[in-house]
Design a protein around this ligand. Structure first.
Ligand code: A5P
Length: 221
């Protein structure tokens, strides 16, 4: 059976060259890229990785993917990551898995950013997937109120009734804005609220997007 996430991941491997520092994304699509990078390393590929979450770090460790030394990193050559929604201008919503802050740091410091996804992630306008915000736990009820001025339905993410903590020890607030017509302005507005550390909006469309289709097709946007 065709696995469109794996198809996109396979295509992304074509962008990797020996000697690169590679940002490793988080989620069920990035999982395939990480597996394939592990395979290529066993066959002699020489790269170093920067994982974007504890779960990705654990997987990479199991696959014996070597890590870059983060303290003296100058840049990342290439990052491969998934997305929750991709619009026609390649704006993204990310953070379904709660890794958005590390993912944004890694992607913004990457010379090349490759998004891999199956066709279900393509949308005309962002916003059907609730937008995740990473928020400092300190005075979070006040931060939540300020966010609710913009989005009444904003809620602190829970996992099996317990508050969900990110790898950075913060909360995620999920916001259902409905259709997001101007992702760049919304991103700026949300980041002006003290306590909001990052949003799951990845704007400007600087990424290369690789889509795997259920019929076996692969398209690069
Ligand atoms: C992790 O926080 C997210 O940004 C993921 O990259 C995103 O949720 C895509 O995940 P899947 O590949 O599992 O859909």
């Amino acid at each position: 059976m065709i696995n469109p996430k794996k198809l996109a991941a396979e295509k992304s491997l074509e962008f990797i060259k020996n000697g690169m520092t590679i940002g490793l994304g988080t989620g069920s699509t990035a999982y395939w890229a990480i597996q394939l990078i592990g395979e290529r390393i066993r066959q002699g590929l020489d790269v170093k990785a920067v994982p974007t979450s504890f779960s990705t770090e654990k997987l990479a460790r199991e696959l014996q993917i070597p890590f870059a030394t983060l303290s003296n990193l100058d840049h990342i050559d290439l990052t491969i990551d998934g997305a929750d929604e991709i619009d026609s201008e390649k704006n993204l919503i990310k953070g379904g898995g709660g890794a958005l802050l590390r993912e944004k740091i890694v992607s913004r410091n990457s010379r090349q950013f490759i998004i891999i996804a199956d066709e279900s992630k393509l949308v005309n306008t962002l916003g059907e997937f609730p937008l995740p915000l990473e928020v400092l736990p300190f005075c979070s009820s006040l931060t939540l109120r300020r966010i609710m001025d913009l989005c009444e339905t904003a809620t602190i993410r829970r996992k099996e009734s317990e508050i969900f903590f990110t790898d950075n020890g913060n909360y995620i607030i999920d916001c259902d804005f409905g259709a997001i017509s101007d992702p760049a302005s919304l991103d700026k507005e949300l980041k002006l609220i003290p306590g909001v550390l990052e949003t799951g909006l990845f704007v400007k469309g600087e990424s290369t997007v690789i889509i795997g289709y259920n019929n076996g097709e692969i398209r690069i946007l």
